[in-house]
Design a protein around this ligand. Structure first.
Ligand SMILES: *Cc1c(COP(=O)(O)O)cnc(C)c1O
Length: 464
C-alpha cells in the first residue's frame, strides 16, 4: 500500500487552506478521514488505488459537504402550486418582510401602545377579517392543523370517560387530500366520532337531519379538493346546511382547502368558492391554506364567528399549532396586497393570469436556436398548465411551452440532467419530449434557465 499523507500534513497543505477555511476544523477533519479511509478500503479490496490526486478528491468531498440540502429550483413544470416544490412562491414584499423580521426582535406579542403583553393573532387578523367578512381569524401551521383544531375544540370529549362528540360528514366528502390527510383519520385523531351521512354521490339535507342525535357537535363540509364527482350527484346548498345548523344549535364548519379570496373565473378557471361566500352563507368557521390560492406562506387560517373562534383560541392545542413571526410577516404582506388590490404582486395570481406565455416561449426557443445552433430541436407547442395543490381539479390553463428533443438524449435522460443542474430545473415529459412551461418560471429566472441549457449543450458537444 502506498504511503498516504497524515491528517496533519493535509491540514497544513497550503493549496488546501481555502477549503479548510470554508469547512471549519470539524468538517475538515471529517472530510480527510473519509477520503483516507476510502483509499485504504479500496486498497484492501484490491482496487489498486485511485489515480486521482488526493487534493482533488478532498475538494470534491468538501464541496459535497458544503452543498445546501434545501435549495432553490426552477419550476418549469407549469404546475403553479406544486406541493413537492414548496407550493406558492412569496411576493417580493413578503420575502423582504421575512428577511427584515428574521434578524431582529419584533412586537410579535408585545403591545407597543401600552407596553404590555399582546397577542400574536393581531398581525393578520384585521386584514383577513376585512377581506373575508369574518369576525375573527386565527393562524396555525397549515390547513391540516386548522381542521384538527376545529374538530378537537368543537367535538372532542372534554373530560376523560366522556364519549367523543359526533361530527356529521357526507359520504361524498370523506376524501384523502394527499400526504395521508384523510378526513376520517383526522376526525379520529381529533378525538371526535365520525357519523357518515348520505351516499357517496348523493347527500340530501334530510340525511343530515336524520343523523342528528343529542351527541352531535358539528356538521363538517369538506371541499373535495383534488377529487371530482360528476353525473348523478347532489348535495345541499351551504345555506341550507347552515339553516339546519341554526335550527338545531349545531355549528357548521367548512374545510375549504384553497383559500380563494379572489374570483379566478376570468383566467378561464371554474369558480372556486370564496372564503367570504362561505361565511356569508352562515358557516361558523372556515379553514383554508395560506400557500394555495391565497399565494402566501405555509399556514392554516381559521376565519369565522367570534364565539367559535374564541373557543378555538382557548384550546391548549393552539399553542402547539401556532406559527412564528416569519409566517406572520409573510402573511401580513400577502393579505395587504389583496387589500390594496395589487394582485399582480402575488406570484401565484400573476402566474394564473399570465398573458405573455407564447411570447416568452418563442423568446426562449429563439435564444436556444441562436446560441446552440439547433442542438435542442426546440419547438413552441400549445400545452396545459395546472393550478395544482388540490385546487381546481380536472381543470387546466392553456399555455405555450418549449418542447426539447435533442438527438443526444432521450426525454428521460434530459429530464434527469436538468434536475442535476445548478440550479436544478424541474421539467415534465409529454409525448416523448421535455417541456419547459414559462408560466411557473419567473422572468428573473430566465437567464439562469438559459444558462443551464447552454451548459448542457456545451458539455454534450464535448466542449469544456
Ligand atoms: C390542501 C387541503 C388540506 C390540507 O391543507 P395543508 O395546508 O396542506 O395542510 C386540507 N383540506 C383540504 C380540502 C385541502 O384542499
Amino acid at each position: 500500500m502506498p504511503a498516504l499523507p497524515s491528517v496533519d500534513e493535509l491540514l497544513r497543505a497550503p493549496e488546501l487552506a481555502a477549503l479548510w477555511e470554508a469547512l471549519g476544523p470539524a468538517w475538515a477533519r471529517a472530510v480527510i478521514r473519509e477520503a483516507l479511509e476510502a483509499r485504504r478500503r479500496d486498497w484492501r479490496q484490491g482496487g489498486g488505488g485511485t489515480a486521482e490526486p488526493i487534493a482533488a478528491e478532498l475538494r470534491a468531498r468538501g464541496a459535497a459537504r458544503l452543498a445546501w440540502s434545501l435549495r432553490p429550483v426552477i419550476n418549469a413544470t407549469g404546475t403553479i402550486l406544486h406541493t413537492n416544490l414548496g407550493r406558492a412562491p412569496l411576493s417580493a414584499e413578503a420575502a423582504a418582510r421575512v428577511a427584515e423580521l428574521a434578524v431582529g426582535y419584533s412586537n410579535l406579542e408585545f403591545d407597543l401602545a401600552t407596553g404590555r403583553r399582546g397577542r400574536r393573532d393581531v398581525h393578520a387578523e384585521a386584514l383577513a377579517c376585512e377581506l373575508t367578512g369574518a369576525e375573527r381569524t386565527l393562524v396555525v401551521n397549515n390547513n391540516a392543523a386548522a381542521v384538527l383544531l376545529v374538530v378537537n375544540t368543537l367535538a372532542a370529549a372534554e373530560t376523560p370517560g366522556e364519549a367523543p362528540g359526533e361530527v356529521l360528514v357526507s359520504r361524498g366528502e370523506l376524501v384523502e387530500i394527499g400526504g395521508s390527510f384523510r378526513i376520517p383519520e383526522v376526525l379520529a385523531r381529533g378525538g371526535a366520532r365520525l357519523v357518515e351521512v348520505g351516499a357517496t354521490n348523493r347527500t340530501r339535507i334530510g340525511d343530515y337531519r336524520r343523523a342528528i342525535t343529542p351527541a352531535t357537535r358539528l356538521i363538517l363540509r369538506v371541499h373535495r379538493s383534488n377529487f371530482e364527482m360528476r353525473g348523478f350527484i347532489e348535495q345541499p346548498a351551504l345555506a341550507e346546511l347552515c339553516a339546519l345548523g341554526a335550527e338545531t344549535g349545531i355549528p357548521v364548519a367548512e374545510d375549504l382547502g384553497s383559500g380563494c379570496l379572489l374570483d379566478l373565473s376570468s383566467a378561464g378557471l371554474p369558480r372556486e368558492p370564496l372564503v367570504g361566500e362561505s361565511l356569508a352563507a352562515g358557516v361558523a368557521v372556515v379553514t383554508y391554506s395560506g400557500d394555495k390560492l391565497l399565494g402566501g406562506p405555509q399556514a392554516g387560517l381559521l376565519s369565522g364567528r367570534r364565539e367559535i373562534l374564541g373557543r378555538l383560541r382557548a384550546n391548549p392545542l393552539f399553542r402547539a399549532l401556532r406559527v412564528d413571526r416569519l409566517t406572520y410577516a409573510a402573511l401580513e404582506a400577502t393579505l395587504r396586497a389583496y387589500a390594496r388590490q395589487r394582485y399582480a404582486e402575488i406570484p401565484a395570481l400573476r402566474m394564473i393570469f399570465a398573458g405573455d406565455l407564447e411570447t416568452r416561449a418563442r423568446r426562449w426557443a429563439a435564444a436556444l436556436d441562436a446560441a446552440q445552433d439547433g442542438f435542442w430541436r426546440a419547438e413552441v407547442v400549445a400545452a396545459e398548465s395546472v393550478v395544482g395543490g388540490g385546487s381546481t381539479p380536472g381543470q387546466s390553463l392553456a399555455t405555450f411551452a418549449v418542447a426539447l428533443a435533442p438527438e443526444e438524449w432521450t426525454a428521460d435522460q434530459l429530464e434527469a440532467r436538468l434536475r442535476a443542474a445548478t440550479p436544478p430545473v424541474i421539467a415534465r415529459i409529454h409525448a416523448g419530449r421535455v417541456l419547459l412551461d414559462p408560466r411557473t418560471v419567473a422572468e428573473e429566472q430566465e437567464p439562469a434557465l438559459l444558462a443551464v441549457l447552454a451548459e448542457l449543450a456545451h458539455a454534450a458537444s464535448g466542449g469544456h
